[in-house]
Design a binder for this molecule. Structure first.
Ligand code: WT7
Length: 567
């Protein structure tokens, strides 16, 4: 397959106005992502083209044209507007990957409200801190998730509406609950779209840091300029593609490239809302003749583990382009995909805060397995000396990945957290919080994070959140949470705990504590390993030395322990 342009050609005279022109956007004009992803595509003559093929549990299949998603967005938007939801109000989407999730995303944006997507496997505590921080006014959810919402409702004075998309009318609605059934709703042919401008807020994604509660990353409608062009150039999406992004819209990949990128380009995409299995995934690719596949290293490693025999049972010849994101893509996975699919998974690097792909193996560029590639045109990416914050020019030397903060989709703030936001900028650079080196050909090589955040299977988990939740368990005295190496997920959560008097260590208690965290936070945050300790290592000032425990898990040199308590 020939690519239309080379990286070098794309770099030449690059300007984001290229994207603006294709989207027929002029500075100062209205730019509403909800409209761009549906109404505009219909106006371009693609009203009857399929926008979404959906497959859920039990073999349920649904499909929607661009006109269908336009009407559904209108219906949901109008329904919310009639409830009194207005622009800038936060509306949380708390659903599995059902069509309503994707269509509500458009509906909320169409009325100028801010979408707050949250992963539906979150437990009540994870949900609570994010709804409280954003002072969310409405949450759109399914019956199955109601118990978690009801449990925290009394602590959320700002939450006025719980919109249930699958209310069965058997059980009565409770406090603040309203029913909205998309299939039974009257199609709204025309609605007044909120006249969002470049800087009008659009999406609020929560991301975890080392300390403190998760931060709400605020994006604006102008982010479309980045998302559209990166989807077009890096994911190489073309009009007749059938695209599959395996990420959940609770995370940024699932919105930037699971909704906004493909739909603003008028591309048909597929969603599979069943759990992972190699068999199910290959069958899905075969059935829908998927051509472009955007996935993550942990999934790729799981497929490698499932073996090559099973691949022979499927016709995967439709695939023409593959890409990956979220965690380091090891060279073995790149080489394996080249052997099996005849093309490598192209690694892409970016973050919730960047809103779009920053460093990438550009289609057609020479692939160096294990490298993340080079900055996208229009992105100035460097590694900085950690002491001076000056760009390192020496090839191979490790520094902090940083970007000149001037691309369209960079976050505009952390919600209500100016201090943490300002910490991200030094000397005119945006600090990603990751470390890398750059080789003599300008390729970036990922080294690791520059903080204690755990990246498990491509999902960031805050040690602070897990430690706080552990302390709420009656048996736990103190806790320290670190990453532990894992073959499949790269890292998993490990907890060191001391017990309160009267509790005895043992496998039953371990299981109970694990489940406690799974329910409260999420399956991702659940420690895969709990180690009981008599005492946690602390500095003389009483701070738990996570670094020491981390080094122990990774078999690394323990480093300077001169501040360790010496009794
Ligand atoms: C962190 C961002 C937007 C992507 C989904 C995750 C890590 C991301 C790579 C990669 C090595 C990667 C970094 C980054 N990460 N892509 N290609 N190679 N690490 O978004 O939850 O904001 O996480 O994921 O540590 O900072 P996120």
């Amino acid at each position: 397959m020939q690519y239309l342009f080379t990286y070098e050609e794309r770099l030449k005279n690059f300007d984001w106005s290229l994207s603006e022109n294709e989207l027929e956007y002029k500075k100062g004009n209205i730019i509403n992502i909800g409209w761009y992803c549906s109404d505009r595509i219909c106006l371009k003559g693609k009203a009857d083209k399929i926008a979404l093929f959906y497959e859920g549990f039990g073999g349920i299949e649904k499909k929607y044209t661009f006109n269908d998603i336009r009407l559904a967005g209108n219906s949901i938007g109008t329904f919310l507007r009639n409830l009194g939801i207005k622009n800038d109000d936060r509306v949380c989407l708390f659903m599995d990957r059902i069509p309503e999730l994707y269509l509500s995303f458009l509906g909320v944006l169409k009325i100028g409200a801010i979408v707050q997507p949250l992963f539906s496997a979150f437990g009540d505590e994870s949900l609570f801190v994010r709804l409280e921080n954003a002072q969310t006014r409405a949450i759109i959810t399914q019956r199955k998730h109601l118990p978690k919402v009801r449990k925290i409702l009394d602590r959320l004075p700002y939450l006025e509406f719980i919109v249930i998309v699958d209310h069965n009318k058997i059980k009565p609605l409770e406090k603040k609950e309203v029913a909205f059934n998309m299939e039974e709703s009257i199609p709204v042919e025309n609605m007044e779209i909120f006249p969002a401008h470049a800087e009008s807020p659009s999406v609020l994604h929560y991301t975890s840091g080392t300390t403190g509660q998760p931060k709400g990353v605020k994006h604006v409608h102008y982010s479309l300029i980045s998302q559209y062009l990166t989807a077009k150039w890096v994911l190489d999406l073309r009009d007749d593609d059938i695209y599959w992004c395996t990420a959940d819209p609770g995370w940024v990949t699932g919105t930037s490239y699971g909704i906004i990128g493909p739909w603003s380009l008028g591309i048909t995409q597929c969603v599979l809302d069943t759990g992972f299995s190699a068999q199910a995934w290959y069958r899905f690719i075969e059935k829908y003749r998927i051509t472009m596949w955007y996935s993550a290293p942990t999934a790729i490693r799981s497929l490698m583990k499932a073996g090559d025999e099973i691949i022979k049972e499927h016709d995967l010849s439709s695939l023409r382009h593959l890409a990956s994101v979220g965690e380091p893509l090891n060279s073995e996975a790149v080489i394996w995909s080249e052997k099996i699919f005849g093309k490598p998974f192209l690694d892409t690097f970016w973050q919730t805060e960047t809103g779009s792909i920053m460093i990438t193996n550009f289609p057609g560029m020479k692939v160096k397995p294990g490298s993340m590639g080079k900055p996208f045109p229009g992105i100035t990416g460097v590694v900085l000396d950690p002491k001076t914050y000056q760009p390192i020019t020496e090839p191979g030397k490790i520094g902090l990945i940083a970007f000149k903060p001037d691309w369209p989709s960079i976050m505009r703030s952390y919600w209500n957290n100016k201090e943490k936001y300002e910490e991200k900028f030094v000397n005119g650079w945006y600090l990603s919080g990751d470390k890398a080196s750059i080789d003599n050909e300008g390729y970036f090589w990922f080294v690791g994070r520059d903080d204690d955040v755990i990246n498990t299977g491509g999902h960031l988990v805050s040690p602070f959140e897990v430690e706080s939740a552990l302390l709420e368990h009656p048996a736990v005295g103190e806790s320290a949470v670190v990453a532990k190496p894992d073959e499949l997920n790269m890292e998993v959560v490990k907890a060191f705990i001391t017990l309160k008097p009267g509790f005895t260590p043992g496998p039953d208690l371990e299981l109970e504590i694990m489940n406690f965290i799974r329910k409260k936070l999420s399956p991702l945050a659940m420690p895969q390993d709990i180690e009981y300790m008599e005492k946690l290592p602390k500095t003389r000032s009483g701070k738990i030395m996570r670094r020491l425990l981390h080094a122990k898990e990774w078999g690394e040199d323990i480093g300077d322990i001169s501040t360790l308590e010496n009794d």
